[in-house]
Design a protein around this ligand. Structure first.
Ligand code: PEP
Length: 246
């Protein structure tokens, strides 16, 4: 058995700021019965905070897993608008996305803050999915690897024992929500760089950026791509299930 097969595949849907009680119900009604997809793949749904209890209730006992899209660095107290890791665990989350490019871009999250969120998540018993990725200008300037290494540095500095407890997601910013996907080879090259930089054969590295049913299989065939973080396509139940099946 190769190392790749030791890293269980994972597909995580990132709903971003989308959904309603009614549309969530419709999507869950289609997705949750498909439990046969879970034998070889962890499948998680990362929903807006307010819908987490709805999803927890619907997902209970199915094997599908629940995730959030962000977590506070703080444990509790006077931090209006923030949601702690313990609160996420309390409503059934086992996973949380940290450092998504939209948080870095619109909320000025630094890589040091992302590392603090990794510790906050782990401290609450959640597994963080740490997103990294370069802008188009970085890639065009030949700086993509450098930028991604800089983003990973504070995570790596937490030490090997922490690194082995996180999931990484390589999401080139130019591919998120744009319909542009990194080629399987571009993604593989960066995943191999990330794996070497982090010094871990066991850490799972997801690819994210316009993953769809018709490009998922070729991405997943790459030896260092362990699954996907799926944004837009995770809002379409059939499309999402086809990605998981791939
Ligand atoms: C994401 O939001 O993490 C993402 C990859 O989005 P999309 O699949 O829509 O590009």
């Amino acid at each position: 058995m190769g190392v790749h097969s030791l890293r269980k595949r994972m597909v995580a849907g990132n709903w971003k700021m989308n959904g309603s009680l009614q549309s969530n119900r419709q999507l869950l009604d289609v997705v949750l019965p498909q439990t046969q997809l879970l034998s070889e793949c962890d499948v998680l749904l990362c929903a807006p905070f307010v819908y987490l209890p709805q999803l927890q209730q619907a997902m209970e006992g199915t094997g599908f897993a629940l995730g959030a899209q962000d977590v506070s660095v703080h444990a509790k107290g006077a931090y209006t608008g923030e949601v702690s890791g313990a609160m996420l665990a309390d409503v059934g989350c086992r996973w949380v996305i940290v450092g998504h490019s939209e948080r870095r871009q619109y909320h000025q999250e630094s890589s040091a803050q992302v590392a603090a969120k990794v510790l906050a998540a782990l401290g609450a018993g959640l597994t963080p999915i740490v997103c990294v990725g370069e802008q188009l200008a970085d890639r065009q300037a030949g700086q993509a690897v450098c930028v991604v290494h800089d983003q990973l540095d504070p995570i790596k500095a937490l030490g090997a024992q922490i690194v082995e407890r996180v999931v990484l997601a390589y999401e080139p910013v130019w591919a998120i929500g744009t319909g542009l996907t990194a080629t399987p080879q571009q993604a593989q090259d960066m995943h191999a760089q990330i794996r070497a930089f982090m010094g871990s054969d066991v850490v799972r590295i997801l690819y994210g950026g316009s993953v769809k049913a018709d490009n998922a299989a070729e991405l997943f065939a790459m030896p260092d791509i362990d699954g996907a973080l799926v944004g837009g396509a995770s809002l379409d139940a059939q499309e999402f299930l086809r990605i998981v099946a791939a």
